[in-house]
Design a protein around this ligand. Structure first.
Ligand SMILES: Cc1ncc(COP(=O)(O)O)c(C=O)c1O
Length: 337
């Protein structure tokens, strides 16, 4: 999409939509042709004077994955595909199953066999076929690769261009919700990386259009110490992430041992003067409960990791004082219990 300098936000934002479709001026799909369940435009919940939570649990199917799947399913259906397929840690599968149902297109999802049952049942409830595969999301992806039919369209993270376009709307929403400004720090639980990369793209677009200057929120990628390829890449100054051996975490969305967009995450973190934090696995579930108790949002384990990282970064003095910090609750916690 070609963006012009000095673009009036009013020519991009259509405020008649209380959903991500309000950003129709920078989206590859228009709402009139979209497969939509009214996704996005989620609230920013104030916690204290310098802390907010963006509550992505309020999306259809309860996670930020709805944003990308709405866009990607809309694009794929316009091409006339027969079946939509994707590997998933749980949330992307639920979203794909729902949007496939809304579009009237068959869905096949492959998930690790230890994925919490609620995600599996959710997919079946929407009429999707579910394949449970030993191992991680990488093994699920391999299984799909070996079992594909000619009419299948693969919606794997960053293997098609539209999911990231849906997720970039999180960045646009923050700009509006911070009244034409952005938080100083954004803490994001990171697995495959499209959430982080999508917002990074949105900020670049906004600068091109003259909405913001060159300053950026410092992006923080949070992982479990049981699977932390991005943290390892930052620590060792790598350009690309290395595959993480024997990945283990109950924050299933973070169990991505070899993220295809790892190099883009590393670039986004460095360019924004951000960082990456590995939270001890044993702290993650208690931190999700602490986050819910402190904020009232239904925090998923991935968000619990982000909440724990906030504590660590404040203890280290990496953030503090007047910094306005935004933590993402990327999905609902109830499906994990
Ligand atoms: C709840 C939740 N949080 C965070 C993530 C990680 O998101 P990304 O793959 O965009 O880094 C996932 C991915 O499955 C997830 O389900």
């Amino acid at each position: 999409m070609r963006l012009k300098p000095e673009t009036d936000p009013e020519s991009v934002i259509d405020r008649s939509f209380s959903s991500l479709w309000r950003y129709r001026g920078v989206l590859p799909i228009q709402p009139e042709g979209a497969i939509t369940l009214t996704e996005g435009w989620t609230p920013v919940v104030p916690v204290d004077a310098t802390t907010w939570v963006k509550d992505e649990a309020r999306n259809p199917t309860g996670s930020f994955k709805a944003r990308g799947m709405s866009m990607a399913v809309s694009g794929a259906v316009a091409l006339g595909v027969e079946r939509l397929v994707a590997p998933s840690a749980g949330n992307a599968a639920g979203a794909l199953a729902a949007y496939g149902a809304a579009a009237g297109v068959e869905v096949l999802v492959a998930m690790p066999e230890d994925t919490p049952r609620a995600f599996v049942e959710e997919c079946r409830h929407y009429g999707a076929r579910v394949e449970l595969v030993p191992g991680t999301i990488s093994d699920a992806g391999r299984w799909l690769g070996d079992n594909r039919s000619p009419g299948d369209f693969d919606l794997s993270t960053l293997k098609e261009p539209y999911r990231v376009e849906g997720k970039k709307t999180m960045g646009y929403e923050l700009w509006e919700q911070f009244e034409g400004d952005l938080p100083d720090v954004i803490i994001y639980p990171t697995g495959g990386g499209t959430g982080l990369v999508g917002m990074w793209k949105a900020f670049d677009e906004m600068e091109t259009m003259g909405w913001i200057g060159p300053a950026r929120p410092r992006l923080v990628a949070v992982q479990s110490d049981g699977c932390a390829p991005i943290v390892e890449g930052m620590r060792n100054d790598r350009e690309r992430t290395q595959p993480w051996p024997d990945p283990k975490t109950k924050a299933y969305g973070l169990r991505v041992p070899n993220p295809i967009a790892g190099f883009l995450c590393l670039r986004a973190l460095r360019q924004t003067k951000g960082t990456a934090v590995a939270v001890p696995e044993k702290d993650i579930i208690p931190a999700a409960a602490a986050m819910s108790a402190a904020t009232g949002v239904d925090a998923c384990p991935e968000a619990g990791a982000a909440w724990a990282a906030l504590g660590t970064l404040r203890d280290q003095g990496w953030t503090g004082g007047e910094d306005r910090v935004l933590v993402f609750n990327t999905g609902t916690g109830i499906k994990y219990r």
